[in-house]
Design a protein around this ligand. Structure first.
Ligand SMILES: Nc1ncnc2c1ncn2[C@@H]1O[C@H](COP(=O)(O)OP(=O)(O)OP(=O)(O)O)[C@@H](O)[C@H]1O
Ligand SMILES: [Mg+2]
Length: 219
């Protein structure tokens, strides 16, 4: 599903340059559940943003389903994101003025899908059928993250990327979110890549990639 070859990422800020990923190479098989772990600042989110086609490497190649996506333009990257990738973030990133259902529908619309049935199904699958009309402020943190998961999964993308999806939740909600992600991963057969600091969560994953100072130090 994913093949990174010798990826480097350097940020240029005026006179200063900062290389945050070096010679990064790894593969992730289709349908695999993978954790990315490592200390703060080790480059985890930078890698996830590259995998999600939100950003591009400075050098190296990224093959997504066999296609080299490391040199595409913004428009092409946006198309790949819409078609293939669902994102879940630590801070949920829901639109505050919209109901849970409208947030999920908007996610689908970005992928060119106009189908409120699919949005309702996705909410039902995360156990929130009875919260469809609630706005984010009228939901608990765990429920907001479930809406975000419904939004990511409604279009049934082959790749789900989650950046510390339980980072803002208590241990009870974290366990619930993990259960939902694992369950939907099993049902939909998607490839799931998740950043986490918690060994507990990584223990659900067959594949763990350890980063340190922008390099893979273990797999
Ligand atoms: N847009 C940017 N411009 C310049 N430097 C950046 C940029 N984004 C990230 N960095 C730097 O790159 C390094 C890696 O950042 P990254 O966000 O990938 O770390 P992380 O492993 O996700 O950390 P955390 O666990 O704290 O989320 C950090 O030192 C950060 O300061
Ligand atoms: Mg991060």
């Amino acid at each position: 599903m994913i093949r990174l070859e010798d990826i480097t990422k350097t940020y240029y800020m005026g006179q200063r340059e900062l290389t945050v990923l070096r010679n990064l190479s790894f593969r992730i098989q289709r349908g695999e559940m993978t954790a990315i772990m490592g200390p703060s600042g080790s480059g985890k989110s930078t890698v996830l943003n590259l995998l999600g086609c939100l950003d591009q490497p400075t050098s190296g190649r990224y093959y997504l389903e066999g296609r080299d996506v490391s040199r595409l333009n913004r428009r092409e990257l946006a198309l790949i994101r819409a078609e293939k990738i669902g994102f879940v973030f630590q801070s949920f990133n829901l639109l505050p003025r919209m109901s849970a259902l409208d947030n999920v529908k908007l996610g689908l619309r970005y992928a060119g899908i106009h189908d409120s049935g699919l949005a309702r199904d996705a909410l039902a699958r995360v156990g929130l059928a009875d919260r469809a009309s609630h706005k984010p402020t009228e939901l608990s943190g765990g429920e907001q993250q479930r809406v975000a998961i419904a939004r990511a999964l409604a279009k049934k993308p082959p790749l789900i990327l989650a950046d510390e999806p339980t980072g803002n939740l208590d241990s009870h909600s974290s366990a619930e979110i993990m259960a939902i992600l694992t369950e939907l991963h099993r049902e939909q057969g998607n490839t799931l890549v998740m950043i986490t600091h918690e060994a507990d969560m990584a223990s659900h994953c067959k594949h763990i990639i350890h980063l340190k100072d922008g390099e893979v130090v273990g797999e």
